[in-house]
Design a protein around this ligand. Structure first.
Ligand code: NAD
Length: 467
C-alpha cells in the first residue's frame, strides 16, 4: 500500500503540472532548447556519478555506460536542438479543390501532462530519452524510474530536482504501488517502457481517461543468418549486440536462425568472438570488467531456470553455462538442440543465453518468425539482396537491421519502437516529438466566403448533381 502522504504529494504535483502545461503550450523553441541545454550540461558534468550509479546497480562497465546510457541521450538532445524549430513550425497543407479559398495548416501543440514509466535495463537512457521528447514537445512530466536500479533512480531524481521545478518535471521513486497510483491520474500522455505484460496493464489504466500512450515493449528479436552471410562479420556484431549489458537489452538478438549446413561454423565463430571480447588474456570471463551482471536475484534465478529447463529437455550447451549467485554472474552462453516444448523458445530471454536454431530454406526461417508475436527488431545477415527484400516484405517487426544489430537505436532519424506485442508508437527524434504532440489541424475560412452554399438546405436537384 502506498503511503497517503506520497499519494497526496503526487496528486498535488499533478494538479500544478496541469496548470503549467497550459502555459507551456506557448513556449518557444528557444525556451525548450534552454531546458535541453541545461539537461545536457548536467549530464556531462556528472558523467562520473552516472557511471558509478550504474556500476552499483549491476556492474555496468564504464564504457558501456558512456555508449549506451549517456551518448544516446546527448545525441538525442543535440538532434532536438538542431531540429526543434523546424519540428515546431506549423506545416501548411495543400488545399483540395472543394476547399478552394480556405487555408489549412497543422500546429504541433504539446499534449500537456505526461507520465514516463521506465525499466531497469538501461535505466538512465530509457528514462531521460523520453523526457527529451517531452521537453521538446512542450509537455510537463512526472517520472517513475524502475525500483530495480535504485542508484540510477536516485541520481535521476537528484538531477531533476536540481534542474527543474516540480511544477514542470518531477520524479517519484518507488515500485508497482506508486506506478499503479500514478496510473489512476488523467495524464494527457503516458510513455511506458517495459514488458508486454505490464504494457497491457498500462494500456488498460490509460483507457479509463483515454490518455494517449506510447508503449515501448519487448519480445523475442530474431536473427536470420542467410547462406550469403559473412559468418565472422555476423558473429562479431551479434556477440557484441547480445552480450552487451549482459544480454539485458530489449533489442538484443534473442535467438539465431542459421542454415543447417552453416550451424557448426557459425557457432565456432561466435565462440571465438566471445573469447576475444571477454577473455582475451584467458583469465576467465568472470574477471572481465567489460562484462556486466544480472540485475537481481529474481532475474538471475529465472535465467538459470530457463537454462536448466532447456538442458533437461535436451538442449546442448555449446559454450558457457557457468554461473555464480554471489554477484548474479552468468557466463555468455550459446545453446543448440532447441525444441518447441522449451520455455526458452517462447519467453523473452533478456539475459546472456543465445539459442542457435538450424533451418533448411529461407521460407522456413520466415515462417518460424511469423509464427511468433511481432518482434521489436529483426536482424538479417547476408549479401543476397533478393533475400534481404524477401525478409523485409514477408515479416513484420518494429525495426529491421540488415548486416548489423542493435545499432538502429542510435540512429536519430529512424523511428524506434515495436508493433503490436512489441509496442505501440515510436520513439526518438521527430517520432518522439510527435508522440508528445497533438498535430492540430487548423482550417481558416474567410468571412463572407462560402464554399458549400450549394450543399445547404433546401436541397435541390443541383445539390445531388454536385455530390
Ligand atoms: P517491467 O514492465 O516489469 O517494469 C517497467 C516499469 O513498470 C517499472 O518502472 C515498474 O516499476 C513498472 N511496473 C511494474 N509492474 C507494474 C504494474 N503492475 N503496474 C504498473 N507499473 C508497473 O519491465 P522491466 O523488467 O523493468 O524491463 C524489462 C522489459 O522491458 C523487457 O520486456 C524489455 O524487452 C522491455 N524493454 C523495452 C524497451 C523498448 O525500448 N522497447 C527498452 C527496454 C526494455
Amino acid at each position: 500500500m502506498l503511503d497517503q502522504s506520497v499519494e497526496s504529494d503526487f496528486s498535488e504535483v499533478f494538479i500544478i503540472q496541469k496548470e503549467t502545461s497550459v502555459f507551456l503550450r506557448k513556449s518557444s523553441p528557444h525556451e525548450r532548447s534552454a531546458k535541453l541545454l541545461k539537461l545536457r550540461s548536467w549530464i556531462k558534468k556528472n558523467q562520473k556519478e552516472i557511471q558509478k550509479a550504474l556500476w552499483n546497480d549491476f556492474k555496468k562497465p564504464e564504457v558501456e555506460v558512456d555508449l549506451s546510457e549517456i551518448y544516446p541521450i546527448t545525441a538525442e538532445i543535440n538532434h532536438a536542438l538542431k531540429n526543434l524549430k523546424a519540428w515546431m513550425r506549423p506545416k501548411k497543407v495543400n488545399t483540395p479543390l472543394p476547399m478552394a479559398g480556405t487555408s489549412g495548416k497543422i500546429k504541433f501543440e504539446p499534449k500537456g501532462t505526461s507520465l514516463i514509466l521506465s525499466p531497469w535495463n538501461f535505466p538512465f537512457n530509457l528514462t531521460i530519452g523520453p523526457l527529451v521528447s517531452a521537453i521538446a514537445a512542450g509537455c510537463t512530466a512526472i517520472i517513475k524510474p524502475s525500483e530495480f536500479a535504485p542508484a540510477t533512480a536516485n541520481i535521476i531524481s537528484k538531477m531533476i530536482s536540481e534542474l527543474f521545478e516540480p511544477r514542470e518535471i518531477a520524479v517519484f521513486l518507488g515500485d508497482v504501488d506508486i506506478a499503479s497510483s500514478l496510473l489512476e491520474l488523467p495524464f494527457d500522455h503516458i510513455f511506458f517502457t517495459g514488458s508486454p505484460t505490464v504494457g497491457k496493464i498500462v494500456m488498460k489504466a490509460a483507457s479509463k481517461h483515454l490518455s494517449s500512450i506510447t508503449l515501448e515493449l519487448g519480445g523475442k528479436s530474431p536473427v536470420i543468418i542467410d547462406n550469403s552471410a559473412d559468418l565472422k562479420d555476423a558473429a562479431e556484431k551479434i556477440i557484441w549486440g547480445k552480450f552487451m549489458n549482459c544480454g539485458q537489452t530489449c533489442i538484443a538478438p534473442d535467438y539465431i536462425l542459421v542454415p543447417t549446413e552453416l550451424q557448426q561454423e557459425f557457432t565456432q565463430q561466435c565462440i571465438n568472438q566471445i573469447q576475444k571480447y571477454y577473455d582475451p588474456t584467458f583469465k576467465g570471463i568472470e574477471a572481465s570488467s567489460d562484462y556486466a551482471r544480472i540485475i537481481n536475484e529474481k532475474h538471475f534465478n529465472r535465467l538459470i531456470q530457463l537454462l536448466k529447463d532447456s538442458e533437461v529437455k535436451g538442449a546442448k550447451i555449446e559454450f558457457g553455462g557457468k554461473f555464480s549467485s554471489v554477484d548474479n554472474y552468468l557466463e555468455p552462453t550459446l545453446i543448440s538442440n532447441i525444441s518447441m516444448d522449451m520455455e526458452i523458445f517462447h519467453e523473452e530471454i533478456f539475459g546472456p543465453i543465445l539459442p542457435i536454431l538450424p533451418y533448411k530454406g529461407l521460407h522456413e526461417a520466415i515462417n518460424l518468425v511469423n509464427s511468433k508475436p511481432k518482434p521489436l527488431a529483426l536482424y538479417f545477415f547476408g549479401s543476397n539482396r533478393t533475400h534481404q527484400e524477401q525478409v523485409i516484405q514477408e515479416t513484420s517487426s518494429g525495426n529491421v537491421v540488415i548486416n548489423d544489430c542493435v545499432l538502429h537505436f542510435l540512429h536519430s532519424e529512424l523511428p524506434f519502437g515495436g508493433v503490436n506485442n512489441s509496442g505501440i508508437g515510436k520513439a526518438h527524434g521527430y517520432s518522439g516529438f510527435l508522440e508528445f504532440s497533438n498535430p492540430k489541424g487548423i482550417l481558416k475560412q474567410r468571412i463572407g466566403f462560402n464554399n458549400v452554399t450549394l450543399l445547404r438546405p433546401p436541397y435541390t436537384l443541383k445539390t445531388k448533381q454536385i455530390i
